[in-house]
Design a protein. Structure first.
Lengths: 116, 116
C-alpha cells in the first residue's frame, strides 16, 4: 500500500447524499485509477486518468464523477445517482510508458463505503 | 472478448504442501499477466508479472507463476504453503481500452486457505 493513501478507511452516508473519496499518491505516477470491489465480482474499473485535467470512463462510470487537478490527487465522488453505492473502493496508480501503456498498477488500502 | 477466469472460488491446502491457484485468460495480442494478493480489508499487493521471456516468473514471498501460451494459462504456485499465505488472490490481464489505452481486467478472485 505504500505511496498511495485513501481516506477515510470507513465511510457511512445516508441514501441521497453525495460523498467524495480521497486518493493521493507520492509515487510520481502519471496514471491513476478507481475500482469498485464487490464480493464475488472481482474489481471493476470506474474511471481512470492518464494525465492531469484528463480522465476517461471505465466500465461502470454511471453515478460517479472524478477530477484530476493535480498529478498527486484523484478524488472520486459517489453521487446519489449511483443505485448501489455500498462497496469497497480501491484507488491505484501506475507509470505510463508511452501512448497509454503501463506495466503493473499499485493500489491504495481502500475505502469501505456503506450507504443506508 | 477479453477476459480472465479463475475457476476456483476457494483453494484449501495444508501448511508445507505445494499450492496452485489457477488462472486462464483470453486477450488479443501478446498477454501481459499479473497476480495480486489481498488481505482482509486491505488494498491489493502486486506479486508478480509476465511480460515476455521466461515462462516461469518468480515474484514476492516465494510465489511463482507459469505462463503457458498454448493453454492460455498463468497459474500461481508456491512449493511450500504457509498459514500466512491465506488471502484472496487475483489474476489480471492487460487489455486495450476503447480509448486505445491500457486497462487491467481482473478475475473474480480465489480465496486461499492454508491449514496448520
Amino acid at each position: 500500500d505504500g505511496g498511495i493513501t485513501q481516506s477515510p478507511k470507513y465511510l457511512f452516508r445516508k441514501e441521497g447524499q453525495n460523498v467524495t473519496l480521497s486518493c493521493e499518491q507520492n509515487l510520481n505516477h502519471d496514471a491513476m485509477y478507481w475500482y469498485r470491489q464487490d464480493p464475488g465480482q472481482g474489481l471493476r474499473l470506474i474511471y481512470y486518468s492518464q494525465i492531469v485535467n484528463d480522465f476517461q470512463k471505465g466500465d461502470i462510470a454511471e453515478g460517479y464523477s472524478v477530477s484530476r487537478e493535480k498529478k498527486e490527487s484523484f478524488p472520486l465522488t459517489v453521487t446519489s445517482a449511483q443505485k448501489n453505492p455500498t462497496a469497497f473502493y480501491l484507488c491505484a496508480s501506475s507509470i505510463v510508458r508511452g501512448q497509454g501503456r503501463f506495466y503493473e498498477q499499485y493500489f491504495g488500502p481502500g475505502t469501505r463505503l456503506t450507504v443506508t | 472478448a477479453q477476459s480472465v477466469a479463475q475457476p476456483e472460488d476457494q483453494v484449501n491446502v495444508a501448511e508445507g504442501n505445494p499450492l496452485t491457484v489457477k488462472c486462464t485468460y483470453s486477450v488479443s495480442g501478446n498477454p501481459y499477466l499479473f497476480w495480486y494478493v489481498q488481505y482482509p480489508n486491505r488494498g491489493l499487493q502486486f506479486l508478480l508479472k509476465y511480460i515476455t521471456g521466461d515462462n516461469l516468473v518468480k515474484g514476492s514471498y516465494g510465489f511463482e507463476a507459469e505462463f503457458n501460451k498454448s493453454q492460455t494459462s498463468f497459474h500461481l504456485k508456491k512449493p511450500s504453503a504457509l498459514v500466512s499465505d491465506s488471502a484472496l488472490y487475483f489474476c489480471a490481464v492487460r487489455a486495450l481500452s476503447s480509448y486505445n489505452t491500457d486497462k487491467l481486467i481482473f478475475g473474480t478472485g480465489t480465496r486461499l486457505q492454508v491449514f496448520p
